[in-house]
Design a protein around this ligand. Structure first.
Ligand SMILES: [Zn+2]
Length: 189
């Protein structure tokens, strides 16, 4: 697998075990494992500010480590959807999303993935992706703009929704790997 793609796991620490299972399989790009990630977004009194600050800090640290060193960074997350396994792919580059869409359309299962463009709202301050309202919805809005808007590397967030909490099972991990494989294949030569 090419060396200009980086897979990041464990930004949210409860998702690290899932990320480890996915990353340990065949065909994965270089992995940056974050052993001491942060809590998932919280929205209680006082929590939202803390959560937002933690997200900005960890993503700024990530940005400092990867800026200019990779073509693509894939930020793997895990969410919950009792309706069944699915995924969302977040990216600012609409051409990249279009390539993902085309590749996924070639698969009979389409990997049940939805493409979401990260874009700045009219006010200009923050991002406004529209996730399905699962646990990590807020996180993407708190990522520093220079990371999601950057092109070296291009930022792609991947949220794999599993029907149950926990680290997942074999099928869940291979689903994650298939998804990452398709995203990697979308990097133009
Ligand atoms: Zn997450």
């Amino acid at each position: 697998m090419r060396g200009d793609i980086l897979l990041v796991t464990g930004i949210h620490r409860v998702e690290l075990a899932f990320g480890d299972h996915v990353a340990s399989g065949p065909g994965m790009p270089q992995v940056m494992r974050i052993p001491h990630g942060i809590a998932r977004p919280r929205r209680g009194p006082g929590d939202a500010f803390l959560s937002r600050t933690q997200h900005r800090e960890i993503y700024l640290q990530l940005y400092q480590q990867i800026a200019g060193r990779y073509r693509l960074v894939i930020d793997l997350h895990q969410g919950l959807d009792e309706a069944g396994r699915s995924a969302e792919i977040f990216c600012n580059d609409s051409q990249f999303l279009a390539r993902c869409e085309a590749r996924l359309a070639c698969r009979s299962d389409r990997l049940n993935a939805r493409l979401v463009r990260i874009a700045a709202p009219a006010s200009g301050a923050e991002t406004t992706p529209e996730p399905r309202g699962a646990t990590d919805a807020a996180a993407y809005t708190w990522i520093p703009r220079k990371l999601w808007e950057g092109r070296a590397p291009l930022y792609v967030g991947v949220e794999v929704y599993l029907p149950r909490d926990g680290e997942g099972e074999d099928d869940d991990w291979s689903f994650g790997r298939d998804l990452i494989g398709e995203i990697c294949a979308c990097v133009s030569d």
